[in-house]
Design a protein around this ligand. Structure first.
Ligand code: PLP
Length: 267
């Protein structure tokens, strides 16, 4: 038997499947494994999609989501969890209950509400339940600007650093421990994300990367944060390292041609 210090770090991703290999579970597994952790996965929904968009979603029954997680928990120590697409109120309840059973493990919640092509991935009627059940049990939420506006019921997106800071403070008041508000949808030469937590705030900034292959950027970033937390990084370190990982994968994938829409990153 190996000693405890040789144990392989594990990250459980609870998310939807993307058969085109750009987003969802497939992006999560590539990211987690590239960062030196072992990827465990629980599939919440199947999607029929390609680089042009999501055509159809087939939810996995909630009892089977619970079963997938429970069977892993009985056998394997989990060092971090990433939650992605949930797709239904029943899935929110199942995941919240199962995740609560794993005490003291960092959990990153990617607030997946809608695909970039416009398909809803979480029904509007589930948003309050999503906030109430999942925000209190997660270490970090990672909304982009449209998701931030949806979560806060804002009519317009934040347009400046000051707007973003105000929105981030409001997200903390909804009950999460920390929020990374991702500014990729803002116009301008820079791509800036704001991390806020109870004791502090940090801006992360980098030049915008010119690429049409951005499918799965949110999934990749949240999984990379979870992997870094599993490896023992602090929250700001995990976010900084994950942004670097994402930026390298975006640069490496920029010249690739795959399909007719927004292609995948290169891990
Ligand atoms: N499909 C699945 C299964 C996802 O989890 C997500 C996002 O989290 C998407 C599609 C949408 O990805 P994108 O917005 O990058 O197109």
């Amino acid at each position: 038997m190996e000693g405890e210090h040789h144990r392989y770090r594990t990250v459980l991703t609870i998310a939807g499947s993307d058969g085109s290999g750009g987003a969802g579970i497939q992006a999560d597994i590539k990211t987690i494994e590239s960062l030196g952790c072992h990827a465990l996965s629980t599939i919440t929904a199947l999607t029929a999609q390609n680089t042009l968009g999501v055509e159809k979603v087939l939810p996995v029954p909630a009892e089977f989501i619970t079963r997938q997680i429970e069977v892993l928990l009985r056998d394997i120590t989990i060092d971090a969890i990433k939650i992605g697409m949930l797709g239904s109120c029943e899935a929110i309840d199942a995941v919240a209950d199962a995740v609560q059973a794993v005490t003291s493990c960092p959990t990153v919640l990617d607030t997946v509400i809608c695909s970039s092509s416009g398909t809803p991935l979480l029904p509007q009627e589930c948003i309050n339940r999503f906030i109430e059940k999942l925000f209190p049990i997660t270490t970090l939420i990672t909304p982009n600007l449209p998701e931030t506006a949806r979560l806060l019921g804002m009519a317009t997106l934040p347009e400046s650093r000051m707007d973003t800071e105000r929105a981030a403070e409001k997200l903390l008041k909804l009950g999460c421990s920390a929020a990374l508000v991702k500014g990729g949808h803002m116009q301008g030469p820079l791509c800036e994300d704001l991390l806020v937590w109870s004791e502090g705030r940090e801006w992360f900034s980098g030049e915008r990367i010119a690429t049409r292959n951005t499918h799965g950027t949110g999934c990749t970033l949240s999984s990379a944060i979870a992997a870094n937390l599993a490896l023992g990084a602090s929250l700001p370190e995990a976010v900084g390292n994950a942004r670097e990982y994402l930026r390298e994968a975006m640069k490496a994938g920029a010249s690739r041609v795959l399909g007719h829409g927004s292609g995948p990153l290169c891990h």
